[in-house]
Design a protein around this ligand. Structure first.
Ligand code: HEC
Length: 726
């Protein structure tokens, strides 16, 4: 248990990414209004097309997914995960007639990150808490809902919201990884559980948020949790029976227990100290991409646990296989090659972002490549047979490395960004240059479209760090950050954009700048369209060749997930699972410019669609905040403790991004219950666990005082008078 008092940081903002989010906000102005709100209208029409919910997908069909134009059979549409649809009915000449065909309310204010799948007229998608939906893809009619009943207390282990990125389908079954680490196979016709496997040790803070993939009759799934201290791995299960086939660990475990493979023994030589006690990390929580030509599965691995290199592996070392692409044999899980993007990773630079496979002509030679735009800010092109590095160039402002040395394949690190107890501003920060929001590649334009952003973050090692079981264990110094200063030259480099990148020339071709980080995944189509949902609540279509805005519609929420396209009965649809949330929302980035709701919805558009969204209800009236009776010192202490333990879910400065309660808006009844909620755990079954192991009663009182201060600051003259400070 670590309870410290000490000099109160000028900001009191220390909750890992929370500060990164705050720094981004400090460097961003308001975004322009997306247009006027949609008018009220009728909801989805009842289904006329009662398609059989069968998920009739086998190995041959998955291999031929590209020619199966009307469907979206696997996470990135095909095994190459290019997110390119060959459908062309919706094009530049008629896109102005695009309208909402149907919508389906997911009934959540938490983040929605799924890419839906569509098989023969049925859509399978997921929402927060790993809940799975089967919908009629033509009408939006609900066919079934499967709720794996994730215990809500598991929300405390989800660094970046209780999200899920979607399902896999195969052999009449739908597969979902649950937040608490289970892999469930669901009957696609009935929505009933067929089998369930526990993929993790639930005494440890593992999570699953990524979509499973089905590869040669096996369903593969990774996990997350490096922020809390676990050891990452990918497991393959027999898709029919659920029997485990293989497991690949991404970092070595305790040498005293023996290494699982000789590659892990080799990897262990790149670690020092007793790394296994903090788990080591490397959690592969998103990209798992299959290459049928080479029978390889590419795994994007996560960051180190804890972040601070000197705590994790005193004396340094590359710490294999952190922040790497690792190729394993898809049938056996045996290691084949790896490429480490950030040796000795120390900045939360996950390499888990979308891996896109393509064949490119480079220097007159056809090369089978992987393209990757990870958090560390470099765009990589690798030969996917061998892992040979073909190019690596910065796609956002980067200061941790000057370049990647093409001879050694290693980044040339800037020594000044190796932080110790003194804080150092590093670009990009832990929110990265690009996160899970999937990028797309159009073989027609030859461009990759990256939802990118970058903001600096002051890293410093916590000299008093002690691992606390089940809590964030970043090793970051809570007193180390410099005060927030929007004039800081690094903050002024904050950017967010959709970047069109030429992977052959290794350079940007065009970009569209945004004002907030976290915009959605991208879809490219054969009719030269580029589809993206934005933080500011717009769903937009650009021309893929040059980024010209062709169409947009306000959808009442920030959109993060990857859009898809499919067709039913000859009509082309564009659809997205929308709903603001995720890490940006938790740390307080709000959908700007007219997107007040964080309401999860599946939205499907087609030419001539006439459905409109219901009006946004007005905000509920707020109770006046209680009087502030605490001293300024107590409020300052409260600000510090809030930054340490609460900002990660309730937003920096107690300004919520919309997916969790804004603590400036607590009702009088909630104020009265404050201690029983925060220390007594009275809302643990709703995702707000007790903090009594890390927050003392006096500190809870100080946090409460700070929140009252923040509420009164916000409401200003409307607040009741405060009695004189004691
Ligand atoms: C892991 C995420 C997480 C963290 C960290 C967290 N909370 Fe919460 N908190 C939640 C969620 C989710 C809810 C909403 C629960 C519900 O539906 O009632 C909540 C609700 C609350 C509420 C009730 C608010 C209302 O208006 O109903 C209070 C008070 C609260 N949290 C205080 C805190 C304090 C103080 C801290 C830091 C010591 C903290 N929380 C840290 C997730 C978190």
């Amino acid at each position: 248990m670590v309870l410290r008092s000490g000099p109160v940081a000028a900001t009191g903002l220390v909750g890992g990414w929370a500060l990164a989010g705050a720094l981004f906000i400090a460097g961003c102005g308001p975004s322009p209004s997306p247009g006027k709100a949609a008018a009220p209208a009728a909801g989805p029409s009842p289904s006329t097309n009662a398609a059989a919910a069968r998920a009739n997908v086998d190995a041959a069909r998955l291999l031929a997914a590209d020619v199966d134009q009307q469907n979206w059979l696997t996470h990135g549409r095909t095994y190459s995960e290019q997110r390119f649809s060959p459908l062309k009915s919706i094009d530049e000449s008629n896109v102005f007639r695009l309208g909402l065909a149907w919508y389906y309310d997911l009934g959540t204010t938490r983040g929605v990150e799924a890419t839906p799948l569509v098989v023969d007229g049925v859509m399978y998608t997921t929402s927060a808490w790993s809940i799975v939906y089967a919908l009629d893809a033509k009408t939006g009619k609900e066919l079934w809902v499967y709720d794996p009943k994730v215990p809500k207390r598991w929300g405390q282990y989800a660094c970046c919201d209780v999200v899920n990125r979607g399902v896999a389908v195969w052999g009449g079954k739908v597969y979902v990884g649950t937040l608490d680490g289970r892999l469930d196979a669901i009957d696609a016709a009935t929505g009933k559980l067929v089998w369930e496997k526990l993929t993790v040790d639930q005494s440890l803070p593992y999570t699953i948020t990524g979509a499973p993939r089905v590869v040669n009759g096996k369903v593969v799934i990774g996990n997350g949790g490096a922020e809390y201290g676990v050891r990452g791995y990918v497991t393959a299960y027999d898709a029919a029976t659920g029997d485990q086939v293989w497991r690949f660990y991404t970092v070595p475990g305790d040498p005293a227990k023996g290494f699982e493979t000789k590659e892990l023994e080799m990897a262990a030589k790149t670690w020092h100290g007793e790394w296994w006690k903090g788990g080591g990390g490397g959690t592969p929580w998103d990209a798992l991409v299959f290459d049928p030509e080479l029978d390889l599965l590419y795994i994007g691995t996560g960051n180190g646990a804890p972040w601070a290199r000197e705590i994790r592996s005193p004396g340094g070392g590359d710490n294999l296989f952190l922040s790497s692409i690792v190729a394993v044999n898809a049938d056996t899980g045996a290691y084949v090659w790896h490429y480490q993007e950030t040796p000795g990773e120390a900045w939360d630079y996950t390499a888990t972002q979308s891996l896109v496979l393509a064949t490119l002509e480079l220097d007159g030679r056809e090369r089978r490549v992987i393209m990757h735009a990870p958090k560390n800010g470099f765009f990589y092109v690798l030969d996917r047979a061998t892992g040979e590095l073909l190019s690596a160039e910065k796609f956002v402002p980067v200061n941790w490395a000057s370049r990647v040395d093409m001879k050694t394949g290693r980044p040339v690190e800037v020594p000044e960004t190796v932080y110790h107890e003194k804080s150092v501003m590093v670009l990009p920060g832990p929110l990265g240059a690009h996160s899970w929001n999937p990028m797309a590649y159009s073989p027609l334009t030859g461009l990759v479209y990256i939802p990118a952003h970058s903001s600096g973050y002051p890293y410093s090692t916590d000299p008093l760090f002690e691992h606390v079981e089940g809590r964030p264990n970043l090793g970051m110094n809570p007193n180390g950050g410099p005060p927030l200063n929007a004039q800081d030259p690094i903050i002024s480099t904050n950017m967010a954009a959709l970047i069109a990148w030429d992977p052959r020339a290794a350079k940007e071709v065009w970009r569209i700048d945004y004002l907030s980080p976290g915009s959605g995944g991208v879809l490219a189509t054969a009719s030269n369209l580029l589809v993206e949902g934005l933080v500011d609540g717009r769903f937009v279509i650009y021309r893929a060749t040059d980024g010209k805005l062709l169409w947009q519609m306000p959808v009442q929420t920030g959109v993060m997930g990857g859009p898809i396209s499919y067709s039913v009965d000859g009509d082309q649809y564009i659809a997205v699972s929308a709903g603001w949330g995720g890490i940006n929302s938790l740390v307080g980035v709000r959908p700007q410019g007219g997107a007040p709701l964080a309401q999860g919805r599946v939205l499907a558009f087609k030419l001539g669609g006439t459905v409109t969204l219901p009006p946004v209800p007005p905000p509920a009236p707020l109770d006046p905040p209680p009087p502030l009776t605490a001293s300024a010192d107590t409020v300052a202490r409260g600000s510090f403790v809030y930054g340490q333990h609460c900002a990660i879910c309730h937003g920096v400065g107690a300004v919520s991004g919309g997916s969790t309660p804004d603590l400036r808006h607590m009702s009088s009844a909630t104020h009265a219950e404050f201690d029983s909620i925060v220390l007594g755990g009275s809302r643990a079954d709703r995702g707000m666990v007790s903090f009594s192991d890390v927050v003392t009663p006096a500190d809870a009182e100080a946090v409460h005082a700070y929140l009252i201060k923040r509420a009164r600051d916000e409401r200003g003259p409307q607040s009741p008078p405060t009695p004189p400070t004691p």
